[in-house]
Design a protein around this ligand. Structure first.
Ligand SMILES: [Ca+2]
Ligand SMILES: [Ca+2]
Length: 137
């Protein structure tokens, strides 16, 4: 299925130090009706959704499902730390993110979108210090 991490912007950048939520839209297409998604089954980057709503996020006249995930409940910080250990000059790491779930009819679906993960300032310095102390840089 088609998903859109942080719908609305061109570049989806996720600040891993955030205590907020990431919005991910599951888009309704000719082949898929997002209203059929069972939001309680959806997993994104290791996290379950804390909120879901039907909304036309792409403005094409049909309702899409928008789910919210808490940044701190995802596994993105660990993922980012691994990537940073391999490429410590890049404080922005581009990744492919997968969302999986089931419809109310028990059909399994998955979608993929791309986003930039980043940390800045103290949060970035602390992680680099941790990686260095662990001998990973
Ligand atoms: Ca996006
Ligand atoms: Ca729509």
């Amino acid at each position: 299925v088609q998903i859109d991490v942080k719908p609305g912007g061109d570049v989806s950048a996720i600040n891993l130090a955030s205590n907020g939520v990431i919005a991910v839209a599951i888009l309704t297409t000719d082949d898929f009706d997002a209203a059929m998604v069972d939001a309680s089954t959806v997993v994104f980057a290791g996290a379950a959704a804390v909120q879901s709503a039907l909304e036309d996020v792409d403005g094409d006249g049909d309702l899409d499902m928008v789910l919210h995930f808490r940044v701190q409940e995802t596994n993105l910080a660990e993922f980012y730390a691994e990537l940073l250990a391999g490429d410590s000059d890049a404080d922005r790491q581009s990744v492919s993110l997968i969302l999986e779930g089931q419809t109310v009819n028990d059909e399994v679906f998955a979608g993929e979108d791309f986003a930039d993960l980043f940390l800045a300032g103290n949060a970035l310095r602390e992680l680099l210090d941790e990686l260095a102390a662990a001998g990973l840089l």
